[in-house]
Design a protein. Structure first.
Length: 137
């Protein structure tokens, strides 16, 4: 009876871990297209709008770091206790960490590209300013 109870508890731990992990994986997969987008806008206004959206997404990504760390801690605990699904747990947590790091890298690159786009649009506007002022005559 005791062995059966332990097996049921291990199964419950695995189901909860898998649910939480799959939720994080899904969020990261859903965020990836926006983080890797090549769209930099065509005007200063659109670039600034894209930049605000990116900042919000990047903030949410950073806010998920503790969740990823907690899942990694739970995985390590399951592996240490020789959980029957240790090999699967280890593979899944590696997948989660890799996807999280990939998204962090993508976010960093996108942030820099958007900063360059703002600068480019600002310089472009500044260069056009004398021409625009001459039209006011």
């Amino acid at each position: 009876m005791e062995i059966r109870r332990e097996n049921l508890e291990e199964s419950l731990v695995l189901q909860q871990f898998t649910r939480d992990l799959e939720e994080e994986l899904q969020w990261l997969e859903d965020a990836e297209p926006a983080l890797s987008s090549k769209d930099l806008g065509t005007s200063l206004t659109t670039v600034q709008s894209l930049q605000k959206k990116h900042q919000a997404l990047e903030a949410e990504l950073i806010a998920r770091q503790p969740v990823v760390d907690a899942l990694a801690s739970r995985a390590a605990q399951m592996i240490r206790s020789n959980h029957f699904a240790s090999a699967d747990v280890d593979g899944k947590i590696k997948e989660l960490r890799a996807l999280y790091e990939k998204n962090v890298d993508l976010a960093s690159v996108r942030r820099l590209r958007l900063l360059d786009a703002v600068e480019s649009q600002t310089v472009g506007f500044s260069a056009d300013l004398p021409f625009l002022q001459s039209l006011d005559m």
